[in-house]
Each structure stands twice: as structure tokens, then as C-alpha cells.
Ligand binder design. Structure first.
Ligand code: UD1
Length: 336
């Protein structure tokens, strides 16, 4: 997995800033970039990230690789912290966010503080520090309900939650501020993998279901189970970030980042239950149904050919492979 990525980095050592470094996606970026011999400075406020994630991210590295990592405990809502993070860096990967759609309804102001004000603080700090590129986590949520259409990046945007409004606003700010900085917005589909917080009710469906199953509880399906999502393994999101950071294109580009294949929640659950039984010899509890969740998108299916063509991005884990590794981590606490 690191092989094709290292091609773009041969002979170059960049200094990378990562927000949300102790979080799910951020800690995987820390791990991969250090393994590729890069200098990394990470920041997190530990609102949802953890030191355990950072320990796990760095435990398999050599001392030399580990020495190239600096950590700042700080908050993207504080412009001074963002300036300290971005000082002297070449590339900024902005991952810190409040990632949950339901949480953004419960606390729209906090959503705005983190996902809009915080975003702007990091973007402005990246510009001020003279970084050459800025890659940020946008979301497939910006499309809203596109029906069963396969969405390309030029599809109209129709946010259905405060979270989606924030991500769309970030894209608009990026458009405005991209004059002397290469900016790429990655519209993530549903990211999953080891270190996705299994304890938070705001976490992604796969981590919530796996932790329930591991405790012998029934996974809850909101709605009729026919919502579709494109589930993307976290290591492929790492690949997309690194390739987008090294890409020299227009001043601001957005890319769909997924596998290009969507499944229903019911199909997802049956693959999880099957793999769980194969691995543990136990029968996983069946799903139970609850009402549809506010702001949920019904169908999510995006075309990833722009990222394939322009970034040479290629998803390397299909759903089964990604779930296999994720289940190993959740059930046996092994990193995948
Ligand atoms: C997710 C991401 C969001 C990202 C978006 C892109 C998380 C927490 N959210 O939102 O940051 O921008 O994808 O598409 O990773 N569900 C259940 N049972 C549960 C939990 C969820 O049935 O216990 C259902 C939800 O109703 C939804 C689907 O699973 O239909 C996915 O939900 P969730 O994992 O929360 O992600 P999204 O809301 O799609």
C-alpha cells in the first residue's frame, strides 16, 4: 500500500501539518507519512481523538521515523494554535472536524465553530505560513439526496444537515482563498477502519455495529435498511490525501473519494455477520430496526473517475478486505 505512494515522495522530505492528528483518519495519516520518511507536526484538542490512537500510529515505526513527529495540543478554534501548527510547513492536511450528522443537529453552533470557523483558521494559517498545498476533508454529505444517480463533482449541492452546510461553506471559502495556494477538497464517502471510535454514539455505523456485536448486542438499523453508502477503508483515504497534496492542478479542486461501489445497510450487515462468524465461530446477533434518522441521506453513490484520472487514485481495499481488517482490530484489537 505504501509502495505506489512512496513514488511521489522519493527524494523529497516535506514537512506536513495534520489537524485531528489523534483522531481516526488523522492518526492513519501520521503513521503512513512517518513511515514514508516525512516530517510531521500534528495537532489535536482530544475532543474526540485520543493518545491511544497516536501510540498505536507510532508503535511500529523506527526510532528515526518517530523522531520526525512533533505534537501540539491545540484547538482549530484558536487562530494562534493554527499559526503555531502551520509555521514552516509545506503541506497542510486538515482532518479535524465534528464528523457526525446527528450531532450537528443537536449542536449547530458547535458544528459551525469547529467545521466553519475552525476550518477558516487553519486555511488562513496555511496561507500565512506560505504552505504550498492545503488538502481538507469535505464530505459526500454536500450533495444531499441525489436519488439513485451516480454523482459527479459538478452535480448540484443540496446540504440537508448543519454538518453538510459547513462542509459546503468550506468549499466556498476554498474557492475564494485559493489564489496562492493549491487547495484540494476531498469529498469523503463513508470512511471506516481501525481506530474509528467505537464508544461514541456519533461514530460511523461500522464501528458502532462492530462494538455492539462484540458485546453480544443487536446492531440497530435506522430506517428500512435500504439506505446506501459507499464505505471506504481508511488507508485509501490516506492514499487520496497524499496524492492530492502532491498534485499540482487548478487552485481549488474537489474530488469524490470512495470506492465507486455502494451497498445497502442490510447488505453491509450481512457481510459483517458472515465475516464475524468465520473469524470467531460465533453467530453475530441479528439487526433490529429503529426509525429513520433526521437529515440522513437515502442513497449515496459517487463517481470517483475524476480522482482516478487526475490524482491517479486507486482504491485498493474492497468492502470485504477492509471489513476483514477492521473486524480484526475491533474484535482482537489488532491493527489492520
Ligand atoms: C458519514 C460520516 C460523515 C461523512 C459522510 C459522507 C461518520 C460518523 N459520519 O455520515 O462525516 O461526511 O458519511 O457520506 O463517519 N446507521 C444505522 N445504525 C447505526 C448508525 C448509523 O443504521 O447505529 C445508519 C445511518 O442512519 C445512515 C448510515 O448508517 O443511514 C450511515 O450513518 P453514519 O455512519 O452515521 O454516517 P453518515 O451519516 O452517512
Amino acid at each position: 500500500m505504501l509502495e505506489p505512494l512512496s513514488q511521489g515522495l522519493i527524494g523529497s522530505r516535506f514537512r506536513w501539518a495534520i489537524t485531528g492528528a489523534a483522531g481516526f483518519v488523522g492518526s492513519h495519516l501520521v503513521e503512513s507519512l512517518l513511515a514514508l520518511g516525512q516530517e510531521v507536526v500534528g495537532m489535536d484538542n482530544f475532543l474526540s481523538g485520543s493518545t491511544k490512537n497516536l501510540e498505536e500510529a507510532t508503535e511500529k515505526l523506527t526510532d528515526d521515523q518517530r523522531r520526525r513527529f512533533t505534537f501540539i495540543e491545540g484547538d482549530i478554534r484558536n487562530p494562534e494554535d493554527c499559526l503555531a501548527l502551520c509555521r514552516g510547513v509545506d503541506i497542510v492536511l486538515h482532518q479535524a472536524a465534528l464528523v457526525s450528522v446527528p450531532r450537528s443537529f443537536e449542536d449547530p453552533l458547535l458544528n459551525n465553530q469547529c467545521n466553519v470557523d475552525g476550518f477558516l483558521n487553519v486555511l488562513l494559517a496555511a496561507k500565512k505560513s506560505g504552505a504550498r498545498s492545503f488538502v481538507y476533508a469535505s464530505s459526500a454529505a454536500v450533495y444531499g439526496d441525489g436519488g439513485e444517480k451516480i454523482l459527479t463533482e459538478d452535480a448540484s449541492l443540496n446540504p440537508k444537515s448543519p454538518y453538510a452546510v459547513a462542509k459546503m461553506t468550506d468549499e466556498l471559502y476554498s474557492q475564494v482563498f485559493a489564489s496562492d495556494l493549491n487547495i484540494a477538497g476531498l469529498r469523503y464517502m463513508n470512511v471506516y477502519g481501525p481506530r474509528q471510535d467505537p464508544t461514541s454514539p456519533y461514530s460511523g455505523v461500522i464501528s458502532i455495529w462492530l462494538s455492539r456485536i462484540a458485546q453480544g448486542q443487536q446492531p440497530v438499523i435506522f430506517g428500512d435498511g435500504k439506505n446506501t453508502r459507499d464505505f471506504i477503508y481508511v488507508k485509501d483515504v490516506v492514499q487520496a490525501n497524499i496524492k492530492a497534496a502532491l498534485f499540482k492542478g487548478e487552485k481549488h479542486e474537489v474530488f469524490n473519494i470512495g470506492t465507486g461501489h455502494s451497498v445497502t445497510l442490510l447488505d453491509l450487515l450481512s457481510v459483517i455477520r458472515e465475516l464475524y462468524s468465520e473469524k470467531t465461530g460465533k453467530v453475530a446477533p441479528e439487526g433490529t430496526f429503529a426509525p429513520f434518522r433526521e437529515g440522513d441521506i437515502r442513497y449515496s453513490k459517487a463517481d470517483i473517475s475524476k480522482a482516478e484520472k487526475m490524482l491517479n487514485y486507486k482504491p485498493t481495499y474492497d468492502l470485504r478486505e477492509g471489513l476483514d481488517r477492521t473486524i480484526d482490530w475491533f474484535i482482537f484489537q489488532r491493527t489492520g
